[in-house]
Design a protein around this ligand. Structure first.
Ligand code: NAP
Length: 249
């Protein structure tokens, strides 16, 4: 984790949105295994969030967050800051639904942008005043290959994830002089709740492009996130790191 030198490491924490399941859960576990404090969020699955907290032997706390609420990110981050500085933010929570663009309702489009892109925007906006004051911090946004490739049925999802890549570059430029790094990770296909409903043909298409037969695991995405948050990545900002078993090469 990117450590702020004049604050005890034991007080510093990383906020991982959507840390109750899938990739987010792996990120929480990777950070806690390395001895970092983590605040993870869940929206509906408090049982899974509690299970992750238990596994993390006192280093993780679980918090409800629905990114559909405009005020919730600031309320949560203000509350967390009273308990210890939030020096890292992982904008991981996200949703996906498939429909051909011509059949996509306004409601569905708006929801995709609101949760996946505007939610991350509001989390960044809420944490930045604290990070700027301390002149340090690191943010990682979880995007998707859909941001770069035309996958039928994914217009809203792809637009939200492409927006995250653009926001990452702008924020890196705005915040570099203030000691804050901002990067993205672009995972390939990972078996999680989000992808469980994909038809076999869609999985086959997504996996066909991979160079590595084992594909992409949530743990390998988590390791990349942990690296980008850490001081080992101190010269890296505005970057998008593919963790996709070579699918995009
Ligand atoms: N899996 C893949 O192949 C893949 C590939 C590329 C990118 N990604 C991205 O990786 C991220 C994690 O995906 P995943 O596959 O791990 O999905 P997942 O297993 O479905 O987990 C999604 C997480 O986001 C939370 N969440 C969902 N809607 C939310 C909302 N409205 N407000 C707050 N939290 C919400 C969920 O909380 P609850 O469970 O409590 O509802 C859960 O913790 C997403 O941004 C996704 O787009 C995934």
């Amino acid at each position: 984790m990117s450590v702020i030198e004049d604050i005890a490491v034991s007080e510093q924490q990383v906020l991982v949105t959507g840390g109750s399941n899938g990739i987010g859960r792996a990120v929480v576990q990777a950070l806690c295994s390395a001895g970092h404090r983590v605040a993870l969020t869940y929206r509906s699955d408090s049982a899974s969030a509690d299970a992750v907290v238990k596994q993390c032997s006192g280093l993780a706390t679980a918090h409800h967050l629905d990114l559909a609420s405009r005020s919730a990110p600031k309320e949560l981050i203000d509350r967390l800051e009273q308990d210890g500085p939030v020096v890292g933010l992982v904008n991981n929570a996200g949703m996906q639904s498939s429909s051909l663009l011509a059949m996509t309702s306004d409601t569905n489009w708006d929801q995709m942008i609101d949760i996946n892109l505007s939610g991350a925007f509001r989390c960044c906006r809420a944490v930045l005043p604290f990070m700027v004051r301390r002149r340090g911090g690191a943010i990682v946004n979880i995007s998707s290959l859909g941001a770069e490739r035309g996958i039928a049925g994914q217009a809203g999802y792809a637009a939200s994830k492409a927006g995250l890549l653009a926001m990452t570059r702008v924020l890196a430029r705005e915040m570099g002089r203030r000691g804050i790094r901002v990067n993205s990770v672009i995972p390939g296909f990972v078996e999680t709740g989000l992808t469980a409903a994909l038809p076999e043909s869609a999985r086959a298409t997504l996996r066909a492009a991979e160079c590595l037969p084992a594909g992409t695991t949530a743990n390998s995405v988590a390791d990349a996130v942990a690296f980008l948050l850490s001081d080992r990545a101190s010269s890296i900002t505005g970057e998008s790191l593919h963790v996709d078993a070579g699918a995009s090469c």
